[in-house]
Design a protein around this ligand. Structure first.
Ligand code: EPZ
Length: 415
């Protein structure tokens, strides 16, 4: 499927932010730990969430979903092997492995394989699973995990990996062990996972900091839970308005967990108002250039890198972006240059020479955030942009066309 986007459009109005994709996936995984019913609200209706629900159903859970609410009954869950084809479709389903081990003390899954933005190894997951007492056999691309009991230990992560931190929490929360994770990832989605599991009766502390403690418990109870707002969707809409000199009110969102992005938008000349559950932005003139370095939280988020790259193609002066997290996250650059951008890549650094206007043409999405970066470019380009492979974008953005049309964009889907 393709998007047909007509520029130049100024965005103005109000948008409702959806629930967080990156909080939903580990929380859906954690929902199997109570062996009963879990109700989840504010779940974004996006491809990655629906793929995860499909895997849970294949593993024997019963799922009933109505738009942004899902009821998961894992009482009859009887399988512990994640289907290979779905592991490949959604590499972050490796998060399910930790939860399956947490529940059944065994799991089988295949190497998730790389994706468009990098090799995406899972060595930090595997090596630290071993440290907490999980036996791992690897053969023919399959990873077979067995565990008599989770062992109390102190983990020091080589890198503050989000997925490895979440997987270790999910694998150890049902145990009689005490686990300390040092150099843990500090992303807000891990706080949401901690809040979700503690509401079930877990004893986890420290999420949001670099040292997390899990005191295992014997069972977890049935609960309902509301997913936190999506901070990257928030940053995406803010960047689109910044680039189109528009003004927007963003509802159902939280300004606290996106401050590096807000600070940079203010530095580029935008006016930002921070209120409870709401952010307002006004962008009156051409943006100023910026220097950006992506870092683990609380640094500038790598997921906002492609979006800022696109936003800065029409800023004044020359901007510099350094991508420190993923090794191949500049794949949208050739497509942006086809639209008249002047971006040069040197190693992990992008040098962006601002131009007055982009020109609409046909381009291809190659990954989720690179794809939405091209949507942003289409909004500021003269003429029509035809963007192919929108399936990548549907993985992480709920009702994108509707939300954009409601604030003044001209975008529609075509075959
Ligand atoms: C999560 O991915 C997010 N995905 C990513 O969002 C996000 O970009 C990333 O965290 C960093 O914030 C979900 O939450 C579903 P990592 P994850 O483990 O857990 C290396 C999006 O667009 N690494 O923190 O896979 C890895 O290669 C997605 O929404 C190892 O070397 O990220 C990468 O260079 C994209 N070995 C770095 O660490 C490992 O075992 C960060 O990875 C694990 C990771």
């Amino acid at each position: 499927m393709k998007y047909n986007i007509k520029g130049v459009k100024r965005l103005e109005g109000i948008v409702e932010i959806s629930g967080s994709k990156n909080a939903s996936l580990p929380i859906l995984a954690g929902s199997i730990l109570n062996g009963g019913v879990t109700k989840i609200y504010n779940l974004p209706d996006i491809r990655d969430v629906n793929t995860t629900l499909e895997i849970l159903e294949i593993l024997g859970c019963s799922i009933s979903k109505k738009r942004n609410k899902v009821i998961i009954d894992s009482s009859k869950m009887n399988k512990s092997e994640i289907p290979e084809n779905l592991m490949r479709e959604l590499r972050s389903s490796v998060i399910l492995a930790g939860a399956i081990i947490g529940r059944f003390k065994k799991a089988v899954f295949s190497y998730p394989g790389g994706c468009e933005i990098g090799a995406r190894p899972i060595d930090l997951h595997i090596n630290n699973f071993k440290k907490i007492g999980i036996n791992i056999d690897e053969n023919a691309g399959y990873i077979v995990c067995n565990c008599d009991k989770i062992k109390s230990t102190e983990i020091q992560l080589d890198f503050p990996s989000v997925g490895a931190t979440e997987n270790l929490i999910l694998a150890s929360v049902l145990s009689d062990a005490e686990i300390i994770i040092k150099n843990a990832a500090m992303e807000p989605e891990i706080i949401d996972l901690q809040n979700f599991l503690n509401k079930m009766g877990a004893k986890i502390s420290g999420a949001g900091g670099s040292c997390i403690k899990i005191v295992g418990v014997s069972r977890l109870k049935e609960i309902s839970y509301t997913i936190m707002p999506d901070r990257i969707e928030t940053g995406t809409f803010l960047s689109m308005v910044a680039a189109t000199s528009g003004e927007l009110i963003l509802n159902n969102t939280n300004y606290n967990n996106i401050s590096p992005v807000l600070d940079k938008l203010e530095e580029s000349g935008c006016n930002i108002k921070r209120e409870k559950n709401k952010i307002s932005i006004v962008s009156k003139k051409r943006l100023k250039n910026l220097d950006i370095k992506t870092l683990p939280y609380p640094g500038f988020p790598t997921d906002m890198q492609s979006i800022f790259l696109s936003m800065l193609t029409t800023a004044k002066g020359t901007s510099i972006i350094v991508e420190n997290i993923f090794e191949n996250r500049y794949k949208c650059v050739p497509e942006l240059n086809r639209m008249g951008a002047k971006i040069r890549i040197e190693g992990n650094t992008a040098i962006i020479k601002g131009v007055k206007r982009l020109i609409g043409t046909s381009v291809k999405a190659t990954d989720l955030r690179g794809g939405i970066a091209l949507v942003l470019a289409g909004l500021v380009a003269n003429g029509n942009t035809i963007l192919e492979n929108v399936e990548y974008i549907e993985r992480g953005y709920e009702k994108l066309e509707t939300k954009l049309i409601n604030i003044g964009a001209s975008i529609y889907k075509e075959r």
